[in-house]
Design a protein around this ligand. Structure first.
Ligand SMILES: Cc1ncc(COP(=O)(O)O)c(C=O)c1O
Length: 387
């Protein structure tokens, strides 16, 4: 009998080893892992460069308090700002913490402008920003909040794609709009570029902030460093996590200068956030992601994968409703029986994970090989054939 709380519906399988795109089960079976810890292991399992960075730093110093300077974090923050819209970075340990810190930064921004009443955050209904109390109410999902009241106030919602409703929902009390550029848990729904541009314009007109949650879509997953870059806009605040640690827990909030002004000494903190061990692993992840052709290769593999999946959709129009995604954040929307489809993929040694709206989510490591994509396509086709 397991002593673990029952908050996860775990599959009856465990792994003793991982290497690149593959996981090896305790029964000795090799699986193609296109879950990768849900978009966490950006460079695959047991990446030699990350192993080296972890070992090297573990022999120096793991953790010191943020009461002291941390050069490894200084370096990571400098690289994140040099390569993005941001001027400042605040390190956390997870995505939910990062989205909460983003909300805090937005509220403080208006507080310092003598507008403390401007504190409400406008989000997409049934989006996903994490599982802490504020984050579940930000997500606007009935299922996630059930039993966890009283409601955390300060969040309003609009339906995905409904710009008129969005405009109507903005009041004098609105501080920011917060959206995922690709709704990951919500079913790999990509916000089109024209829409992100419109969001930026609305925020400018209403003099409110734009928060883009890149926890799942960020750090190369979309084929650009950030998914919003395709639209050419600049947000004010961007929470990140998942891919930046390559499997090690790291979260962060990236901010422009005007927002970061509110983050004065004592305004926010984290015991573990930004520790030297995490920071060196983050630096080792960036060493790879920022290589000259790395992101171009993600884009190339994405196109190849999506094109091939669309051909499979054509061959099995009664099984697959839609193929969608950005970069290597890919969703196959089925008409029905999503769990059975995922189970059958697993029986054929391909690991995938669900998302809302009957979507099978496919998240290979960003350095996936073409031959591994081909291997997965063969399995997906076989399972479609059995449906
Ligand atoms: C867009 C988005 N934001 C926030 C989170 C929460 O991250 P974490 O589970 O690390 O708290 C997730 C996790 O899936 C996410 O996809």
């Amino acid at each position: 009998m397991s002593s673990l709380a029952k908050n996860y519906k775990r599959r009856k399988i465990s792994f003793y080893k991982g290497k690149g795109s593959f996981l090896y089960s305790s029964k000795g079976v090799r699986y193609l892992d296109f879950v990768q810890g849900i978009a966490v292991n950006s460079l695959g399992h047991s990446n030699p460069n990350l192993n080296k960075a972890l070992l090297k730093q573990s022999k120096k110093v793991w953790h010191v308090s943020n009461a002291f300077e941390i050069p490894e974090g200084e370096r990571l923050a400098k690289r994140l700002t040099k390569n993005t819209f941001a001027d400042y970075v605040l390190f956390q340990n997870s995505g939910a913490e990062a989205t909460e810190a983003a909300v805090k930064a937005a509220r403080k921004f208006f507080y310092l402008r003598n507008k403390p009443f401007k504190n409400r955050i406008l989000c997409i209904k049934n989006s996903f920003h994490g599982r802490t109390l504020a984050a579940i109410y930000a997500s606007g999902s009935k299922k996630m909040t059930e039993g966890f009241g009283p409601k955390v106030p300060g969040f309003d919602h609009f339906e995905f794609g409904d710009h008129e409703a969005l405009k109507k929902a903005i009041t004098k009390k609105t501080a920011a709009i917060m959206v995922e550029p690709v709704l990951g848990e919500g079913g790999i729904k990509v916000i089109p570029n024209w829409c992100l541009k419109a969001l930026r314009k609305i925020c400018n007109q209403k003099k409110i902030l734009l928060i883009i949650d890149e926890v799942q879509s960020g750090i190369g997953r979309s084929g650009k460093f950030f998914a919003f870059e395709y639209s050419g806009i600049k947000p004010d605040i961007v929470p990140i996590a998942k891919g930046i640690g390559g499997g090690f827990p790291i979260g962060a909030v990236l901010m422009n200068k005007k927002v970061a002004k509110g983050m004065t000494p004592g305004s926010h903190g984290s015991t573990f956030g930004g520790n030297p061990l995490a920071m060196e692993i983050g630096n080792a992840v960036l060493d790879q992601i920022l290589k000259k052709y790395f992101l171009k290769n993600v884009q190339k593999n994405s196109k190849y994968f999506l094109d091939k999946l669309k051909i499979i959709k054509k061959d099995y129009p009664h099984v697959i409703k839609e193929v969608r995604g950005l970069g290597l954040l890919i969703g196959i929307q089925l008409y029905d029986k999503q769990s059975l489809f995922i189970k059958k993929l697993q029986e054929n040694k391909l690991l995938t994970i669900r998302a809302a709206e009957n979507v099978v989510r496919i998240l290979p490591p960003l350095n996936v090989k073409k031959s591994e994509i081909d291997m997965s396509l063969k399995i997906i086709k076989k399972v479609c054939n059995e449906f």
